[in-house]
Design a protein around this ligand. Sequence first.
Ligand SMILES: [Zn+2]
Length: 345
Amino acid sequence: MKYKNELDKSSKKFYCPKCSKKRMVRFINLDGDYLPAEYGRCDRVLKCGYFNKPNGGDDISNMHVIYPPKPKPPTSFIKREIFEASMRGYERNNLYQYLIKHYDENLVKYVFLKYNVGTSKAWGGSTVFWQMDGSGKLRSGKVMKYNADSGKRVKKPRPLITWAHSLLNLNQFNLKQVLFGEHLLSDLNNENVVCLVESEKTTLVCAIEFPQFNWIATGSFQLFRPKSLQVLKESSIIVFPDTDAHDAWVKKAAEISTDLKIEIDVSDFLKKKSVKSNSKKGLDLADILVRNNDIKAQLETEFNTILKTKIMRHPILGKNIESFDKDMVIDLSSFKKLLCFSKIG
Ligand SMILES: [Zn+2]
């Protein structure tokens, strides 16, 4: 009979028999059942060090009946009608209202439709960043409220953030997140160079300012991981981390790069900027870029430096990359297609 025990991969912790802190991870069998309470590892590795493996003299294989492993719950999706119904109401969408103060409204509408950004009634005028996978299915939408004047997230008295499936009261919803903008990956331009940022809002601002690049967001640092970036395996990535977590991103980028064998360049543009400005709070690319031609010009230089390094590594890219510094005009025929679909006008 096949028997396999392993440490429970969930975040559940139990009381440690040695140090009595609730920090012990227990062993589970193939069926997902816990082995007796003494088998486990305390995660206070240095201060406690308790680790009792189920092997040696203890014959525990007869304590549990073995069943085939439980199937993993299937990924849940949101109905297309719900998504489509959210793709309007921009007159009360605070982030949209902020952006049209700084950019041509057609351009703002274009990126909202391209990136599947809708409006939610939550807290009056929130923004929904839908996560659509490569096959066009909707995993869920992240709902956040912004201040229409500053364009910043409302975080007081508490951060106004939730998920579409929570607002819809969908029980036992199994959310499997994808990258924000993942649905656009089948149609990359510029030799598959993908610019990766953390926040969804940054993606929208950068897509307006630098439409010649492919902008994608992880949505959080936690999603900057090999599993989520698998879809970028064919791409060459440039990451723009927020300043407050720059070093963590650099470290993680090296791990992902080794794991997936992909090229990741991490830009320290923002880090240098925040040192210069002596800013204690983290800088976000979107906040300094909006309608700031100086920053835009400096970023263009940054792009060219990174791209030149890339070309040196892969001379074959050179002939296509020359056009990178040219301004690109947004293809309005695709914009019209989007407009037809959403019936916004
Ligand atoms: Zn312990």
